[in-house]
Design a protein around this ligand. Structure first.
Ligand code: HEM
Ligand code: SF4
Ligand code: SF4
Length: 512
């Protein structure tokens, strides 16, 4: 299977970060939560800055200067933190966007998160613009004039903005409007967009690991002390600002006004936005079959509901007259076809019906639990050698057929989280000496929680657990991306050696 160059580059970057930060603190695995953390810094520092800030054309610049120079140790640091966290959030959002794109996590059922992410990005950018405006220095003046030109190109304003500046200049009322937007209007809209953005996901975590959060904060404080944020000269609408230092994270559109007419800039930004928003459908992705509930085998325990990463399952009152109180229902529009629910269902137990078709409470039509059991049985039967190993692998990670050989068989699953723990027991019972599960890289499951739930089930921390009769030393879990063949091969070698040792111990014990 060929990995596209964009994804290959991204995976290489991720591996490099894994070496530098470790998998738990790799910022590339926490870009969404890091963005939230940076928003917290922006909010707290923003509230602090609001107190000494003077919201008038006369007072704004002087109050910001006072904060920067007179109270540099507190208000000045707060100002710098506010600015640098705002810059950092653009970086984390763009990386988050790139990551979702490079790993193909923006199409199909994920269209909603992607589609709502795009306006979120613009909302952050416009929030930064109004922030720079409030300082009312030469840069703010440059933004004010540039924004007036941009807005005037829209039919609703048609020249009113510039006329306003030419006749009366920038007045206090307008300045207060900008302050209202920056302090209340835009943040509230942003919160609403973020809520929408993660609405279709379950168990959304908005906090990065503590170490990563503390490290990020310390780095921003150090940067704030080393290069404090400062204003440029005071705004003066009578004169043209001299050479300005542009914040390219937020203000990149304004220098374009020097070479392009505003209409063209609107066309460019609208074009990019529309293209980005339509990306999930370019080309449209075929919808995979979704999970199907079979009430005859469902006791309404709700474990599948707990484990579904995309909030596609709801629990409701029983409708079929069975003695159980509850049943579950799958919303086909929300279902990501990951199969994690099939792995969670206690009825997905291969020992339940020895010969007939194995039916379970919730199953995937494209790879039912019964198929997994048959694949396992056939794979074990075809193995030869001293250490027979079955490697279950997720379709979005390494292709496990690549590690197959006479004593090792690969069984591909939609997601490692769809593997019922009892199937591991079954594989061992059928004659396998060991079972390896290769899910996505740690902290980076294609289906959000598949590898995490699997590990928790194997560790006995989450239902359904791997029972004690499956000898733990004969089971191992590995995280791998498509490009991690060598790492998996190395782990397999170690696993074979461990199994050989177990065999030798057993033979010794039998002989004595
Ligand atoms: C304000 C900026 C943003 C924040 C704070 C943010 C945060 C988050 C968070 C916390 C998640 C859930 C991750 C998880 O638990 O698995 C998420 C998911 C997602 N985000 Fe964003 N996001 C932002 C902007 C964007 C943008 C600009 C895009 C792309 C246009 C985007 C695309 C996605 C997609 C596709 C998912 C779904 C991932 C999945 O289903 O596994 N986000 N985001
Ligand atoms: S297949 Fe995945 S997304 Fe669909 S209901 Fe099951 S756990 Fe939820
Ligand atoms: S896990 Fe299985 S038995 Fe439990 S509610 Fe879901 S489908 Fe029904």
């Amino acid at each position: 299977m060929r990995v596209n160059p964009v994804k290959r580059a991204y995976l290489a970057l991720e591996s490099w970060f894994n070496l530098s930060f470790g998998t738990d603190w790799n910022p590339l695995y926490h870009l969404g939560t890091l963005s939230f953390f940076l928003f917290w810094i922006i909010l707290v520092t923003g509230i602090y800055l609001f107190i000494p800030f003077h919201a008038s054309l006369e007072g704004a610049y002087a109050s910001v200067e006072w904060m920067t120079h007179e109270q540099w140790y507190l208000a000045g640091v707060m100002r710098s933190l506010h600015r640098y966290a705002s810059d950092a959030v653009v970086v984390t959002i763009l990386l988050h966007l790139f990551k979702e794109f490079a790993s193909g996590r923006y199409r199909g059922f994920r269209w909603f998160s992607w589609f709502t992410g795009v306006p979120t990005l613009w909302m952050v950018v416009t929030l930064g613009i109004t922030g720079y405006w409030l300082v009312w220095d030469e840069l703010a003046q440059y933004i004010a004039i540039g924004s007036a030109r941009l807005l005037d190109a829209l039919p609703i304003f048609s020249g009113a903005m510039t006329r306003n500046f030419v006749s009366g200049g920038m007045n206090d009322r307008f300045f207060i409007l900008i302050e209202f937007l920056h302090l209340l209007g835009q943040p509230l809209l942003l919160v609403f967009l973020l809520w929408l953005h993660v609405k279709r996901l379950s168990n959304v975590n908005i906090h990065p690991p503590r170490g990563l959060a503390v490290g990020t904060l310390l780095a921003l404080v150090a940067l704030s002390l080393w290069a404090p944020a400062v204003s440029q000269g005071p705004a003066d609408l009578e004169s043209v600002p001299r050479a300005l230092q542009i914040d390219w994270f937020y203000l990149n559109v304004y220098p374009l006004l020097e070479v392009w007419p505003p209409q063209q800039i609107w066309m460019l930004t609208t074009g990019i936005t529309v293209l980005l928003m339509l990306l999930p459908w370019l080309p449209p992705k075929k919808k995979e079959p979704v999970a199907v509930v079979d009430l005859e085998h469902c006791n309404g325990c709700g474990i599948c509901f707990e484990d579904c990463p995309f909030d596609a399952i709801t629990v409701q009152a029983r409708t079929d007259g069975a003695r159980y109180e509850q049943e579950v229902v799958v919303d086909p529009d929300l279902c990501g076809s990951c199969g994690i629910c099939a792995g969670a269902c206690p009825a997905s137990n291969p020992f339940r019906s020895a010969r007939d078709t194995l039916e379970t409470g919730i199953d995937m039509p494209q790879q039912p639990v019964d198929d997994m059991r048959r694949q396992t049985r056939e794979a074990v039967a075809a193995l030869s050698g001293d250490e027979k190993i079955v490697v279950y692998g997720c379709a979005h990670g390494l292709d496990v057929d690549r590690v197959a050989r006479a004593d090792t068989a690969g069984v591909r699953l939609i997601c490692s989280g769809m593997l019922p723990p009892t199937l591991v027991e079954y594989a061992l019972k059928q004659g396998a000496d060991g079972v390896m599960v290769v899910g996505c890289r740690e902290n980076d499951c294609y289906y959000r929680f598949g590898n995490r739930w699997l590990k928790a089930r194997f560790a006995g921390e989450r239902k359904p657990t791997l029972r004690a009769r499956a000898e733990r030393q004969r089971v191992c879990v590995h995280g791998a991306a498509e490009t991690d063949l060598r790492a998996v091969e190395r782990d397999l070698e170690r696993f074979r050696a461990r199994l050989a040792l177990l065999r030798a111990e057993r033979e010794e014990w039998v002989a004595s």
